[in-house]
Each structure stands twice: as structure tokens, then as C-alpha cells.
Design a binder for this molecule. Structure first.
Ligand code: FES
Length: 174
């Protein structure tokens, strides 16, 4: 156990190095809080609690202010997300074209039960979003930055299969 803790501490120290670089690139200006948080989230895919406290101290801001900003904006995530964030549109145009059957298929494929949205291996997070602004392509799914239109449960699970195969090849090549 002490070894595990040492590894965790080393990982935290390393991540704070990145945070420091981001803070420095914004000259530790409190007025740059939002872009700083955006860059940190880009780096970690979410905003870890200890990092938010560290940012508050570094910028000389009350932690409540930093938490307030992080929780106010929907695009900031306070929970870790998977490497691939799958967003399924559940806006009106997509909903009437049975987006929920796609969501069910994705969750079943990934073994996500109850309120769980992220797989245990941290590879996938599955979320629903309201209108993605591409209603002509309904039902729409976005994986990280890639948009997939006219989805069916079969097509959506095939996208996951492709990603899983790609990840497997990459990990075998390492
Ligand atoms: S309702 Fe899904 S893209 Fe508009």
C-alpha cells in the first residue's frame, strides 16, 4: 500500500507540473481563470478537485469562486471521463428518430448499468446532449470531435467496435 501511495503522489506531482505550465502561460492572472480551466480540462479531460484547489491558491482566488466557475459552465466536468466521450443527441429531431434505442445499444455494448456513464477501463463515457445543431443528420452521435449522422443501433455499436479494435492494436504494438 505505501508503494501505491508513493506512485499516486508522484502522479499528482507530475500533473501539477502541467498545471503550473498552464498557469505560467497565462501569467497567473486571475482574470484568465476560464481559459486556464479550459486548458486544464483539455489536458485531463476533467477538472480534478485537488487541481481546482491548487489553481485557486496559485491565482490568489477563494476556492469557492473557482468551484463556482467550474460548476456553472456545463462544459466543465468535475468527474473523470473516458478517453472517448460518446455524445448521443436526444434533441427533438433525433429523439423522434429513435435516439434512445441507440443509447440503449451503446450502454448494453459497454456494460454500463444504472447511472454509470463511464466504463471501468476509462475508455468510454456515454452521455446524452440536447440538439447538436445537425438535425438534418438525425439521429446524431459525436465521438470526441467526430460527428456521425443517421445512426442506427448497429452503426453506433460498429463505431465502438472500430475504436476498441484500434485501441487493442495500439496497446499490442507498444
Ligand atoms: S435534435 Fe439532434 S442534432 Fe438537432
Amino acid at each position: 500500500m505505501p508503494e501505491k501511495r508513493a506512485v499516486e503522489r508522484a502522479a499528482t506531482a507530475r500533473s501539477f507540473e502541467k498545471v503550473c505550465r498552464i498557469l505560467d502561460s497565462h501569467h497567473r492572472q486571475p482574470s484568465r481563470l476560464i481559459p486556464i480551466l479550459q486548458e486544464i480540462q483539455h489536458e485531463y479531460r476533467y477538472l480534478p478537485e485537488e487541481v481546482l484547489t491548487f489553481v485557486a491558491t496559485s491565482l490568489g482566488l477563494p476556492p469557492a469562486r473557482v468551484y463556482g466557475v467550474a460548476t456553472f459552465y456545463a462544459h466543465f466536468a468535475l468527474e473523470p471521463k473516458g478517453k472517448y466521450v460518446v455524445r448521443l443527441c436526444d434533441g427533438t429531431a433525433c429523439h423522434v428518430k429513435h435516439s434512445t434505442t441507440i443509447l440503449d445499444a451503446l450502454r448494453a455494448k459497454l456494460g454500463l448499468a444504472g447511472g454509470t456513464v463511464t466504463t471501468r477501463d476509462m475508455l468510454f463515457t456515454v452521455e446524452t446532449v440536447s440538439c447538436l445543431g445537425a438535425c438534418g443528420l438525425a439521429p446524431v452521435m459525436v465521438v470526441n470531435e467526430t460527428v456521425y449522422g443517421q445512426m442506427t443501433p448497429e452503426k453506433a455499436t460498429a463505431v465502438l467496435d472500430e475504436i476498441i479494435a484500434k485501441e487493442k492494436n495500439e496497446s499490442e504494438a507498444e
